[in-house]
Design a protein around this ligand. Structure first.
Ligand SMILES: NC(=O)c1ccc[n+]([C@@H]2O[C@H](COP(=O)([O-])OP(=O)(O)OC[C@H]3O[C@@H](n4cnc5c(N)ncnc54)[C@H](O)[C@@H]3O)[C@@H](O)[C@H]2O)c1
Length: 450
């Protein structure tokens, strides 16, 4: 099958590469020339484990190419995936400018039947609007005025189908998630387009991957509802963390005790400095606005957002509380990305926390195994260090913000020696309080009183 994926970000690049690995012929398109040049040189612009190898293998097999030439890509493909960004706007709604710009461009180049699929996370009703937008362009292209001016143009309006196929991959395990998804959601109106989509995902039949075939609107909503539910789980456990601290209970045991109940499940019950990333913050906020537009006040999701904002702020207060006067103090920060195994800094809790600490006069030294380049674009006046130990040298406190594996195995004796005072603030509950105390640390974590 000839496929084109528009947008070579975290979702488009992984999807396009994995489709090629399924055996399809894939053209990945982006309007960022620099990105495409890098990809054509074999330089992968994002950090995602295993992606370089997969790209190398599939480009070598000539199943995967990168271009900025959308016309050629559209004309040569039966299925066109839209995987451009849909960031939050100032008012919290999703910005769909790129999606509609791409839809209009596609419409301009449609030469024969096409299946146009939104992989981007888009508000309910966007599929219908994309269809309308493409239809309008095609109508113009078969109008007598247009045909008069363009005698070589085709006077038959080409047919197309619009599909919603939201993506659920997680950065950091994106390839595994794409290759072995829990489910594939397909929102469609046309039987023949559904058959084409099933063909694309045929390799997943081997793993008996459930396929949800539904309306476009429901597919669009499944994505938002799933992310909002997961975000709610995180905010819930973070609130339980505060309760544990006040009641002398232990959040890790509490989460385990809850999570073993199969109706609840153990995933997303880890106490944290608050969720971040490119999806949960913008998708929860977009969902609240989607509901507002139809006169419904989505209280659980609104509260989830409020609790998350509060959680990030409370982390600043927590550090200030244990360090004391922050003016002139140095905090050594381990981990900046919103989670391990990614270089994505979008909405990372580290941003609010570092800004908050700087505002109180703290000096920040920081290290992240992958996100330093991204962090430098966002976080200013930070001393970016070579490694974990360099970061904490002569610091008044160590603050563990992202639980990269290499921070789970720190040489604690060395850590103690390097710090000005043995103050270890672990906002990911990586270490054991008793052991840390035994080693002479003043150890502070979340939701654990001992
Ligand atoms: N990042 C994730 O983990 C994830 C997971 C599931 C779903 N999603 C959704 O997928 C979508 C894409 O997210 P992302 O994180 O990959 O975004 P991204 O910002 O990493 O990538 C978007 C890409 O689209 C390109 N682009 C923008 N406008 C374009 C245009 N007119 N023509 C061609 N290319 C264009 C950009 O240059 C960029 O390379 C979003 O809607 C997001 O919500 C993201």
């Amino acid at each position: 099958m000839n496929i084109c994926v528009i947008g070579t970000g975290y979702v488009g690049l992984v999807s396009g590469t994995c489709f090629a690995d399924f055996g399809h012929t894939v053209i990945c398109v982006d309007n960022n020339q620099e990105k495409i040049d890098r990809l054509n040189k074999g330089d992968v612009p994002i950090y995602e484990i295993g992606l370089d190898d997969l790209i190398r293998r599939n480009t070598k097999e000539k199943r995967l190419v990168f271009t900025t030439d959308l016309k050629k890509a559209v004309e040569g493909s039966l299925v066109i995936f839209i995987a451009v960004g849909t960031p939050a706007q100032e008012d919290g709604t999703a910005n769909l400018d790129s999606v509609f710009a791409v839809a209009r461009e596609i419409a301009g180049f449609i030469n024969e039947y096409k299946v146009i699929v939104t992989k981007s996370t888009v508000p309910v009703g966007t599929g219908a609007k994309i269809k309308q937008c493409i239809d309008e362009v095609l109508e113009r292209k078969v109008s007598p005025e247009y045909l008069n001016k363009n005698p070589e143009a085709n006077s038959v309006k080409p047919k197309f189908a619009v599909i919603s196929n939201p993506e659920f991959l997680r950065e950091g395990s994106a390839i595994e998630d794409f290759m072995r998804p829990n489910r594939v959601v397909i929102g469609a109106e046309s039987e023949s387009a559904i058959a084409i989509m099933k063909d694309i995902y045929r390799p997943l039949y081997l793993f008996e991957t459930p396929m949800i075939i539904t309306s476009i609107e429901t597919a669009e909503l499944i994505k938002y509802a799933s992310n909002a539910f997961l975000a709610a789980k995180i905010s819930f456990i973070n609130e339980m963390g505060h309760l544990c601290e006040r009641l002398g209970a232990n959040i890790d045991d509490l989460a385990k005790g809850m999570g073993l109940d199969k109706r609840i499940g153990s995933k997303f019950l880890h106490v944290s400095p608050g969720y971040g990333g490119s999806c949960f913050p913008k998708d929860t906020s977009a969902l609240v606005h989607i509901a507002k537009a139809v006169d419904y006040d989505l209280k659980i999701v609104s509260t989830t957002i409020a609790v998350n904002d509060m959680q990030k702020e409370m982390m600043v207060a927590k550090v200030a509380n244990v360090v004391g006067e922050l003016k002139g103090k140095t905090i050594g920060i381990l981990g900046l990305a919103f989670k391990p195994n990614t270089d994505d800094m979008r909405e990372s809790a580290s941003i609010t926390i570092i800004n908050g600490l700087q505002k109180k006069g703290a000096k920040i030294r920081a290290f992240d195994p992958a996100a330093m380049n991204e962090a430098k674009k966002i976080l200013k006046n930070v001393i970016y260090c070579e490694n974990a130990y360099d970061t904490i040298k002569d610091a008044d406190a160590l603050l563990l913000l992202t639980e990269w594996n290499e921070f789970r195995q720190l040489d604690l004796l060395k850590v103690k020696e390097l710090l000005k005072q043995p103050l270890f603030i672990d906002l990911r509950n990586v270490y054991l309080p008793e052991k840390m105390k035994r080693m002479g640390f003043i150890y502070v974590s979340l939701g654990r009183s001992t």
